[in-house]
Ligand binder design. Structure first.
Ligand SMILES: [Ca+2]
Length: 123
């Protein structure tokens, strides 16, 4: 675990560097897909959100994170299966990261990086 300064443009650049980003999404997807059925259920996705040490909870309140993911799940679970496949998850993470970039703005913020944090790849 380490501490870093990060700002919006850094996150945007990372998301737009699609090769690195896609690789990170692959890693994250396999990590979250606990039962290895190739899709993420709401439970699997929420496991990460409910982890009090996750980056999300450092940056936003639990309610904000919940409603953000609610909205995103609604939007990206295009067939209303209640699960996200790899591609849908990729679109979701991209949106989440860009939303974060927007939240950071141009002023660097200090964040604590967890070992498996996606933001760790940005710095
Ligand atoms: Ca699964």
């Amino acid at each position: 675990m380490s501490v870093a300064f990060i700002d919006g443009p850094m996150v945007e650049k990372f998301v737009e560097d699609s090769e690195t980003f896609e690789k990170c999404i692959d890693e994250r997807f396999s990590m979250l897909d606990v039962n290895s059925d190739g899709v993420l259920s709401r439970d699997e996705l929420q496991k990460e959100m409910n982890d009090p040490s996750s980056v999300e909870s450092e940056l936003q309140s639990k309610e904000e994170v919940d409603s953000l993911y609610d909205a995103l799940f609604e939007k990206f679970d295009t067939e209303k299966k209640g699960t996200l496949d790899r591609q849908e998850f990729g679109s979701l993470m991209k949106e989440v990261m860009l939303a974060r970039a927007h939240g950071f703005g141009n002023t660097p913020v200090c964040i604590i990086l967890q070992e498996d944090s996606l933001l760790q790849k940005v710095v």
